[in-house]
Design a protein around this ligand. Sequence first.
Ligand code: SF4
Ligand code: FES
Length: 250
Amino acid sequence: MNFTLKVWRQGGPDTAGRFETYQAKDIQGEMSFLEMLDVVNEDLITGGHEPIDFDSDCREGICGMCSLVVNGIPHGGQKGTTVCQLHMRSFEDGQTITIEPWRAKAFPVLKDLVVDRTAFDRVIQSGGYISVNTGGAPDANATPIAKIDADYAFDAATCIGCGACVAACKNSSAMLFVGAKVTHLNVLPQGHPERFTRAVNMVEAMDSEGFGACTVTGACAAVCPKEIPLDVISKLNKDYALGVLKGVGV
Ligand code: SF4
Ligand code: FES
């Protein structure tokens, strides 16, 4: 398979970017999207050109590092899939593919397709922890948790912090990410002591990092590779409002 790539190249955070056109030749359909970029980079390096910078680590949908907008859709638009799990067989031979970085004020471009997502780390630091001693496995097994709550916590905990939800949102809101992080702790008894301070502090941290407000368009959930549902935002809003009424938080 052969493809024409229009790739965003940018030298650094303070320099102007532009699209450059490259040819991806002799690509196998079984290759992942990132392996296709590896082939293009090998050609660039062989030709004495600077390779395209992009992020990746696990390349199996776990780490959340890969962060490419493919043809206008974060992670490329295949349901429940990170861009590292996207295979070239899902594209048409000869197709033109546009590749951009996440675009959000809180995720400045570092170089080419690599963005700085440390804003998410600071939001997590503001409340993504518990303070109680949970003991060992026998103690955990002795703490009764309703199945519905356990399932909900596990589902919310699948968020990999990739940031696609922010990239898809017209407001660059991080509410789906924060909702997932708050919910997976708040629905469990171990997370209850900080339930309201966690919600208030993480929303305040999100705001101070420059993420926008949620207007419930649902674009975030549509692109989320872990299919985090929109109702984590409802749960976050409820705990945030109760926290503000109680006067807790920063
Ligand atoms: S909520 Fe989904 S899209 Fe947002 S950071 Fe988590 S896994 Fe990525
Ligand atoms: S590289 Fe780890 S999720 Fe894509």
